[in-house]
Design a protein around this ligand. Structure first.
Ligand SMILES: Nc1ncnc2c1ncn2[C@@H]1O[C@H](COP(=O)(O)OP(=O)(O)OP(=O)(O)O)[C@@H](O)[C@H]1O
Ligand SMILES: [Mg+2]
Length: 579
C-alpha cells in the first residue's frame, strides 16, 4: 500500500449491510436458505414440514411448518440480528440442544431477498404476517389467516446483492442441492412428515416413522442399500453410535452416500469418515466410497457445534475415542458377517461376493455357497498345489466345518474344526512356552467389574495373564480394564476368559506352565464354540497356509481323527456297492 494513501475515517456499517455481510458466510446458495429455515421448523417442534421451491430456489423458497409458531410481539425481533429464543447464557452455549442458536439466520436471509414470515401460536385466533424490505429495512406487520405454525417466503434470493446472484448455478443444479439436503433432513428426523415441491410438483413425500426406518431408507437410498447394509448399535462411555453401513454392493464412485448425524444435526466429519473407511478397508477399493448412515449421540456438553459458519462441522472433546469406537464397532460387524459366511471371497478375481440373509439361514446357504466355490476350484485345481499340500487342495467346505480336499489319489474328508483347534493349541502353547505370546490391543478396552475376592486374584496373577496375552490394569477399586488379548484366539468372550482364570487360581501358588496350557486349551474350546463360526473357503485357505508354514506335526502324517482318505477306488466302491 502506498505510504501517501490515506484511508477514509472509520464509520459504523449500516444494519442491513451488516446483515448482508453476515449472509455471505451463512447463505452460500438457495439450499443454505432451505437448511436454515427447515432447522428453524425442526426447532419449533413441527411434525410436518413443507418445502416449496421454484427455479432452483432462486425465484422462490417457501417453508411451512406446524410447529409452535412465534409470538406476534416477537415477529419483528425474530428478523433482527442476534435475536434468539434458543440461547440465554454461557451455560447454554456450552451444551447446545437446538439446531439454531446464533440468532442470525432470519436477519441474514431477510437482508438478501424479498422476505416475509407468517406465524400463529396456539393461544392466538389469527396469524400475523411480517414483510421486510431489504432496500429500506422497512417492515410491515399485518394480520393474516393461517394455521398454527410458521411459514417463511423467500422471493428472488440474492436480488439485493447482484454480485451473489451471478454465482447461482442452473436451476437444476440448485434444485439438486436442495433435494440432497432434504434427503438428509428426512433421515435425520424420522418423526416428521416431509414434503418437497419443485416448481409446484411434489417430488419427495415422506411420512413420519417411529422406529421402522426401512421405508425412509428405501425412499432415500433405494432398496439395494437397505438390503445390503449392516445395522449397528453400540454405546460406550456416553457415546452411542447406530445406523447402517452398506456392504461392498453399495460402494460408490463418489462419497455422496455418507450420511452422518450428530445428535440429529447433519454434519460432516473427516475423522469419522476415516474410521468407517479403515474398518471397511479390506473390502473397499481405493477408488470406491463406502455408503453409510450413522447416528452419533453424545452429551451436548462434550461437543462444540459453534466452530463452523454453517454448523456443518463440529469439534468433539474426545475425537480419538469417537474415531476408535466407530472403527471398532464397524470392524466387529464386518468380522461377524465374515464368520457367518455372509461374506465370501470367490476364487475368481478375489472379489467379495455377498449372500443375502446368510446370517439367518447360514447352514443351508453355506452349502450352497460352497457349491459355487466347489465348481470354481474344481475346474481350476492346480495339480502341483494338490501334491505339495499334505492335506490336499481344499475343494469344498460343508457347513459343519467339514472340509473336502483333493489330493493326487482321490479325496479327503477333513474335520477342519478339530484340526484348527489343534493348530491353535499347538501355536499358542509354543508362544507361551517361549514367553513370546502375540497379543492384539483392543481398540476399545473392555472394563470388567469384579468382587473383592476376584479382583485380588486378578491383581495377583497379572503377570501370568500377560504371559497368556491378556494385558490388564486396575481401573477402579473393583474393576479392571483388559487392553489386549491373544492374537490367535478367534472370538473370545473376555469376561468369560477372565472368570476361567479366576476359577483355576489356587491361592498361594503361582500359575505354572501346565495350568496355563490347560487354560489355553479351555479358552480355545470355548472361543471356537461361542463364536459359532463357519469359515469361508478363503479363510480355510489362509489357515491351511499357516499350518504349512509352521510345519506342524499333523501336517506330516495322516493323523487319525482329523481326516479320512478316500481313494478313487474307495469312491467307486461306495457308488457301486452302496457302502
Ligand atoms: N419456524 C419457526 N417456528 C418458530 N419460531 C421460529 C421459527 N423460525 C424462527 N423462529 C424464531 O425466530 C428466532 C430467530 O431465528 P433465527 O433462525 O434467525 O435464529 P436461531 O434459530 O435462534 O439461530 P441460528 O441463527 O443459529 O439459526 C428463533 O430463535 C425462533 O425463536
Ligand atoms: Mg435458525
Amino acid at each position: 500500500m502506498s505510504q501517501n494513501r490515506e484511508l477514509p475515517r472509520i464509520a459504523s456499517l449500516h444494519g442491513s449491510l451488516i446483515n448482508q455481510i453476515a449472509a455471505g458466510e451463512v447463505i452460500e446458495r438457495p439450499s443454505s436458505v432451505v437448511k436454515e429455515l427447515v432447522e428453524n421448523a425442526i426447532d419449533s417442534g413441527a411434525t410436518k414440514i413443507e418445502v416449496h421451491v421454484e427455479r432452483g430456489g432462486a425465484e422462490k423458497i417457501l417453508i411451512r411448518d406446524n410447529g409452535c409458531g412465534i409470538h406476534p410481539n416477537d415477529l419483528e425481533l425474530a428478523i433482527q440480528r442476534h435475536t434468539t429464543s434458543k440461547l440465554r447464557d454461557q451455560d447454554g452455549l456450552n451444551a447446545i440442544n437446538s439446531l439454531g442458536f446464533r440468532g442470525e439466520a432470519l436477519s441474514s436471509i431477510a437482508s438478501i431477498s424479498e422476505f416475509s414470515i407468517t406465524s400463529r401460536i396456539s393461544s392466538e385466533e389469527n396469524a400475523m404476517r411480517l414483510e421486510f424490505d431489504p432496500y429500506t429495512s422497512n417492515t410491515n406487520l399485518l394480520p393474516a389467516a393461517a394455521n398454527i405454525g410458521t411459514s417463511v417466503d423467500v422471493i428472488k434470493l440474492f436480488q439485493p446483492v447482484p454480485a451473489r446472484r451471478k454465482f447461482l448455478r442452473s436451476a437444476k443444479t440448485e434444485y439438486l442441492h436442495i433435494l440432497e439436503l432434504l434427503k438428509r433432513f428426512v433421515l435425520s428426523q424420522c418423526h416428521i412428515d416431509f414434503y418437497l415441491y419443485n416448481n409446484k410438483n411434489l417430488v419427495l413425500s415422506c411420512r413420519s416413522c417411529k422406529d421402522d426406518y426401512s421405508d425412509r431408507l428405501s425412499t432415500i437410498f433405494g432398496t439395494l442399500f437397505y438390503k445390503n447394509a449392516w445395522f449397528i448399535d453400540n454405546s460406550i462411555a456416553g457415546i452411542r453410535v447406530w445406523g447402517w453401513v452398506g456392504n461392498e454392493k453399495t460402494f460408490r464412485s463418489q462419497s455422496d452416500r455418507q450420511y452422518l448425524f450428530l445428535n440429529n444435526r447433519i454434519i460432516k466429519d473427516k475423522h469419522i469418515n476415516h474410521a468407517v473407511r479403515m474398518a471397511l478397508d479390506e473390502l473397499v477399493h481405493e477408488s470406491r466410497y463406502p455408503s453409510y448412515i450413522l447416528y452419533v449421540e453424545v452429551d451436548p456438553s462434550t461437543v462444540d457445534v459453534n466452530v463452523h459458519p454453517t454448523k456443518q462441522e463440529v469439534r468433539f472433546r474426545t475425537p480419538r475415542t469417537i474415531h476408535d469406537f466407530i472403527y471398532a464397532v464397524i470392524s466387529d460387524v464386518v468380522r461377524q458377517h465374515r464368520q457367518s459366511g455372509a461374506l465370501l471371497i470367490s476364487d475368481e478375481g478375489n472379489k467379495w461376493d455377498i449372500h443375502e440373509n446368510a446370517q439367518q439361514s447360514a447352514p443351508t446357504l453355506m452349502i450352497k455357497d460352497h457349491m459355487i466355490n466347489y465348481q470354481i476350484s474344481n475346474s481350476t485345481v492346480d495339480q502341483k498345489q494338490v501334491e505339495s499340500s499334505p492335506i490336499g487342495s481344499p475343494v469344498m467346505l460343508l457347513s459343519e466345518n467339514i472340509l473336502i480336499t483333493r489330493y493326487a489319489g482321490g479325496f479327503r474328508l477333513v474335520d477342519f474344526y478339530n484340526l484348527r483347534k489343534y493348530f491353535l493349541y499347538t501355536v499358542l502353547a509354543e508362544e507361551i512356552k517361549s514367553g513370546e505370546i502375540k497379543s492384539r490391543p483392543l481398540l476399545v478396552p473392555v472394563a470388567l467389574k469384579l468382587n473383592d475376592k476376584k479382583i485380588d486374584v486378578v491383581l495377583s496373577c497379572q503377570e501370568s495373564l500377560l504371559k497368556m496375552g491378556f494385558d490388564t490394569t486396575q481401573s477402579g477399586p473393583l474393576s479392571i480394564t483388559v487392553r489386549s488379548i491373544p492374537t490367535l484366539l478367534p472370538a473370545i468372550d473376555i469376561d468369560r476368559a477372565i472368570q476361567i482364570f479366576i476359577k483355576n487360581y489356587h491361592p498361594g501358588s503361582a500359575f505354572d506352565l501346565q495350568i496355563m496350557l490347560e487354560l489355553v486349551g479351555e479358552m480355545i474350546e470355548i472361543s471356537l464354540a461361542d463364536s459359532n463360526e463357519i469359515l469361508s473357503m478363503d479363510e480355510v485357505k489362509v489357515l491351511l497356509k499357516q499350518f504349512k508354514i509352521l510345519d506342524l506335526p499333523f501336517a506330516k502324517r495322516n493323523v487319525q481323527g482329523y481326516w479320512k482318505t478316500m481313494t478313487n477306488e474307495d469312491l467307486k466302491k461306495i457308488i457301486h456297492n452302496g457302502n
